[in-house]
Design a protein around this ligand. Structure first.
Ligand code: HEC
Ligand code: HEC
Ligand code: HEC
Ligand code: HEC
Ligand code: HEC
Length: 219
């Protein structure tokens, strides 16, 4: 209860008898209308094919009914899924950044498949409004189309270093082609590296520049 046959044991923790056998079935009750009728009744939703002993269902696609059938991470959902802001974050953030320890594109943590979509507290996730309120860029809607303004993540220009003294200069003078106060070079922006044009003579170790504007200066 359930029987040891097929993949019963593998489903016991997450699915009720009714999910696969239809309404009325549980570990202690049966559907009097179909039980003991000489047929092994399954719910249409699981797409059971008695001939091939496999199902074709919404849970994880077609799978053989055996205790040894294996799944890939993408049998049940994308890794990452195409939902919300996954695609937008995937090049920068690991699954664990939002879903917590143990999660990666190829490994699942201890809380996986418990019926709850785990998101760690620091993301500030609000499942009702489908938004986060976090340290990365403040509040944001979890959607494929949400856009952030330039000042969502940093000032334009930031208050750091000597930005203020140089505000009459275009961003591109120091950061290279493509950067203005309203546009970025998509190929290098937000890649974890603060891009500086070679002509600025920027030396990260001394945090100074050596250029044709005014010689060597501390930032
Ligand atoms: C994930 C889907 C699934 C769940 C959950 C499930 N079953 Fe099954 N069950 C099946 C399939 C598929 C068969 C095989 C049907 C066939 O051979 O035509 C089956 C067959 C059976 C049989 C017939 C004997 C046998 O071993 O084939 C019994 C009895 C049974 N299930 C009882 C249960 C009970 C009791 C529960 C809940 C505690 C349960 N099942 C939960 C899918 C499921
Ligand atoms: C920027 C944060 C973030 C990152 C990075 C992230 N996720 Fe998610 N993920 C979420 C949020 C938010 C949800 C929606 C939670 C909810 O609906 O309650 C979610 C939901 C999911 C779900 C549940 C199904 C769905 O589409 O809602 C799966 C599966 C999932 N993520 C897998 C992954 C995998 C695999 C990775 C890494 C390759 C990953 N996620 C990276 C934030 C993230
Ligand atoms: C049998 C189906 C199935 C397979 C296989 C599967 N997942 Fe999931 N996964 C789910 C479901 C369902 C959820 C939704 C949340 C829940 O129920 O815990 C989920 C949620 C997630 C989440 C969001 C965090 C969470 O637990 O809520 C991540 C990340 C994830 N899966 C990664 C993976 C990775 C990596 C693999 C491969 C090692 C994998 N999944 C294989 C069904 C599956
Ligand atoms: C005079 C040169 C100069 C100009 C002009 C300039 N920056 Fe910078 N910027 C720098 C330097 C130097 C750094 C520090 C690089 C480092 O830490 O490696 C920097 C860093 C940054 C950073 C990274 C975060 C930080 O505070 O360090 C951002 C964002 C940034 N600049 C945006 C802008 C924008 C937007 C403009 C135009 C409105 C602009 N900058 C104009 C020199 C300049
Ligand atoms: C999602 C957060 C985010 C948004 C939105 C954002 N930036 Fe940035 N920006 C960063 C980060 C983080 C850096 C630090 C360097 C890096 O990671 O590439 C940066 C760096 C920069 C730099 C320094 C050059 C570089 O790439 O290192 C400039 C200039 C800049 N941003 C301008 C802009 C402008 C203009 C906009 C709006 C069109 C904008 N940013 C929107 C996160 C963001």
């Amino acid at each position: 209860m359930p029987p040891a046959s097929g993949a019963h044991a593998r489903h016991e923790a997450t699915d009720s008898c009714a999910t696969c056998h239809g309404a009325g079935y549980s570990a202690t009750t049966v559907n009097g209308g179909t039980h003991g009728n000489g047929q092994r009744d399954t719910a249409p939703a699981i797409g059971w094919n008695a001939g091939t002993q496999s199902c074709a269902n919404a849970c994880h696609g077609s799978t053989p009914w055996t205790p040894t059938a294996t799944f890939t991470c993408t049998s049940c959902h994308g890794a990452p899924p195409a939902t919300g802001g996954h695609t937008k974050h995937n090049t920068r953030l690991a699954c664990s950044s939002c879903h917590g320890a143990g999660f990666s594109a190829t490994t699942a943590g201890a809380t996986h498949r418990n019926g709850v979509k785990e998101v760690i507290a620091s993301v500030g996730w609000n499942a009702t409004s489908q938004t986060c309120a976090n340290a990365c860029h403040g509040s944001g809607a979890w959607s494929t189309s949400a856009t952030l303004s330039c000042t969502s993540c940093h000032g334009v220009p930031p208050t750091s270093g000597e930005h203020r003294e140089h505000r009459s200069r275009a961003c591109s003078v120091c950061h290279g082609p493509g950067y203005t106060s309203t546009t970025v070079n998509a190929a290098t922006h937000n890649n974890g590296i603060r891009e500086m044009a070679t002509s600025s003579g920027w030396a990260p170790s001394t945090r100074s520049c050596a250029n044709s504007c005014h010689g060597k200066e501390k930032w």
